[in-house]
Each structure stands twice: as C-alpha cells, then as structure tokens.
Ligand binder design. Structure first.
Ligand SMILES: [Fe+2]
Length: 409
C-alpha cells in the first residue's frame, strides 16, 4: 500500500497591481486577518496543525506575469511548505510566463527563481525546462510534471487586440497544450516503469470542465488533452493516475473518459487567490484542498482512491471548512469509487435491514461498504437522493460531516 497526503494551492495570482483581479497583493507582506488568503493560510495550517508530504502549486502563482508577484508567491509557497513539513512542487501556468508582450525568453522569470522552479532540485529543473516535463521518482510513488505552456507560440507583435491573429493567439494561451514530442518521450519512459501511486500535475485542463456553462469561455480543453489522458491510461503496469490541474478556478473531481478502467481521475483545483467574476462568484469562492491519496489499500476498493478536505476563504472571515452548497468542492469529498451509486445505496440499506437497525454510525457504514468515502461529489448527491427515496437519510454535525444514516420517521 502507498499513501500520500497532498495540499493543493492553485492559481494564487499574486501581484502588486490589479486588485480587481486578485485577493493576493504582494503588499502588505503581512495582511490583517481575513484580508489576504495566502496570509490567512498560515493561520489555518497552525490552527489545524496540518502536515502533509507534498504541497502542490499547479500554476498561475503570479498574476499577469508580474515579477514581484511571482517571487512573492514562490517565497510564500516555500514558507508554507516548510510549515506543512512538505516538499513543494509546481508547474508553470499561463500567468507565470510573459505572454502578452514580446519577450526574448517568456519563461525567464520562472527560470530565475530561487529555490529553482518547479521542484527545487536544480538538475531535475534543468531537465524540466529542456523537455517540458519531469518525473520525481520515489520508492512507492511518482509525480509527473507537465509544462502545458511549452508549445505557446511567440507573441504576435504585429497583431492588434481583437483581430483574428490576436484572438487565435489568446485561445492558444488559454487552452494550453500537450505536444506530440512530449507524449512520445513520456510514453517511452512509462513503458519500462514499475507500478506505483501516480500523480500528474499540469496547469491547463486535459478534459473539458463539466460546469462549462458557468465559465463563459469559448476555447475548450487543452490541445491534445485527450492524448494525455490516453497516455496515462495505457500503461497499467506503471499503475493508475490522478491528474491534478488548475486554471479553471471552479473545482471538480471527475473520472476521465477512457477506453480502460485504468483511466485517470482528474481533479480541477480551485483558485486560492483570484477574484472570481460575476456570476461565478455567486456559486463558488477561493478554496484550498487537502488530499489523501491511497493506492492498493484494500482488496474491496480500486487501485487508487482518496478523500479531499476543502476549505473556503471569505473576505473578513478567513478560511473555514467548505459548505455543501454551490459549485466548489464540499468540506469532505472523495474519488476512486468504481461502483454505481445505486449499488452503494442498496448495500447501505441492506446493512440496515439485515438487523432491522434504526440508525448506523458513519464508521460502521464505511466498515460495511469501504467504497463509501471515495464516491465522487456528484455521485454522493445522487446517493443521498437514492437513499431519501427509500426512506433513509444521513445526519450531519455542525461541520456538515456525516454522523450516521437513519430511517426517516
Ligand atoms: Fe491559468
């Protein structure tokens, strides 16, 4: 069995200008409580005494490639990793590279960071910049880091805002891509890799967002994103994957469409610091995620499963365990359950009926049905509807955590 705890702070969007786009202004360095999500995170980690193996920053550390924002965001991320006793790893986002003006090297700001970007290991980071991808190999797990900005074309210096060339360029930057050469190189690497717990980190979205109607974008998923999903599906001897990405600012957990049950799970992380636009800001807010990923834990569960705790930030309130309403991830969610929610529901009811029980604790339910904590958020909603239609309901505590399943009277 392999097990990892991973904290995710995506799309920080740190900057010194443009307070209309971000909550994370690089001044003042120590904000008052409830005014700056990155500063408040230090207090959350201290209060809950959070620790983890890795802190992941899946891109857009800076807002609009601001040099001060990038160095500030990277320094704060390093400090948070130390506080969590975690190793920090990142990938570039479109806001971390100079994409809206001519630049001899659009990635120069990232390449000049100290400690080195994206892993702090200078040799590995050199290889990342040379190839657009890198792998961190440990005894029982591996991280695949992908630069989805690697195939950005040069800034069209002669285009003017709004014309066809400009629009095409902007779409390219918004979508990100997974070049064929990268696919071939990673394919050769995974062909001879042994089975481990696998996490891929990339900024752009390899699958279309399920809540696209909220997003008001017209550009669609990453170029060749389905090829990335297929690549990760086709080497079962290397193990199964979870992909963690940012960019969209509205979080979600989904199964990728794949020809195989070895297809990856995909987690879209929320934005930690961007001001969300209307009407999106009415359904979701800034979130920070704490993920527990487990591989091969139990013969009754699939090869990779996990649970996610999500915290929401509000101006003046700071961080709190997320609510169950809206389009963000709820306070507790999961991934990896391979069963239909109807099967899970019927097994829960069967457990109650066998001994004619009036209520059963959550601990006893998960012992009887080990897949229950690993249901996707959408499936969990369907499960509750299924149970309610049959006369059962979950009871929750003040933190909205499930305490028991009981018969409705
Ligand atoms: Fe982005």
């Amino acid at each position: 069995m392999a097990r990892l705890t991973i904290a995710i702070m995506s799309d920080i969007h740190a900057g010194e200008r443009n307070g209309e786009w971000t909550h994370v202004l690089s001044e003042p360095p120590v904000a008052r409580r409830g005014e700056q999500p990155l500063s408040d995170l230090t207090q959350l980690v201290e209060e809950l005494q959070l620790q983890c193996d890795y802190l992941i920053a899946p891109g857009d550390i800076a807002n609009q490639a601001e040099a001060l924002g990038l160095s500030y965001g990277w320094r704060r991320a390093q400090a948070l990793a130390r506080q969590l006793q975690a190793k920090l790893i990142a990938v570039p986002g479109n806001h971390d590279v100079v994409s809206h003006s001519p630049a001899s090297d659009p990635r120069a700001l990232l390449k000049n960071l100290i400690p080195t970007f994206p892993t702090g290991d200078p040799a590995l980071d050199d290889s990342f910049w040379a190839h657009g991808w890198a792998v961190i190999e440990e005894a029982d797990h591996r991280f695949l880091l992908i630069d989805s900005t690697a195939d950005f074309p040069p800034f069209p210096a002669h285009a003017s805002e709004g014309d066809a060339e400009w629009e095409e360029y902007m779409t390219t930057v918004d979508r990100g891509g997974f070049p064929e050469t990268m696919e071939d190189e990673i394919d050769a690497y995974l062909r001879s890799s042994t089975e481990k717990l696998n996490v891929a980190v990339v900024h752009h979205h390899p699958v279309e967002h399920q809540l696209r109607s909220y997003l008001h974008d017209g550009y669609g998923p990453m170029r060749r994103g389905s090829d990335l999903i297929d690549l990760l599906s086709r080497h079962p001897l290397a193990g199964r994957w979870i992909v963690i990405h940012g960019h969209k600012h509205i979080p979600q957990l989904v199964n990728a469409v794949s020809a195989s049950s070895n297809g990856p799970l995909v987690m879209c992380a929320a934005s930690l610091g961007a001001k969300l636009w209307s009407p999106v800001n009415t359904v979701t807010r800034n979130q920070f995620h704490f993920v527990d990923v487990i591989a091969d834990s139990d013969p009754q569960t699939p090869s990779i499963v996990g649970t996610v705790r999500s915290f929401t930030w509000g101006y003046g309130e700071g961080w709190h365990l997320s609510e169950r309403t809206g389009a963000g991830l709820p306070g507790t969610s999961g991934f990896g359950c391979a069963e239909d929610f109807r099967q899970v529901g019927d097994r829960l009811i069967q457990h109650m009926d066998t001994d004619a029980l009036e209520f059963v604790s959550y601990e006893e339910l998960t012992a009887a049905v080990p897949q229950l904590p690993y249901m996707l958020p959408r499936d969990f909603t369907h499960l509750e509807d299924h149970l309610e239609a049959r006369g059962f309901m979950f009871t929750r505590d003040r933190q909205q955590q499930i305490v028991q399943l009981s018969r409705r009277t």
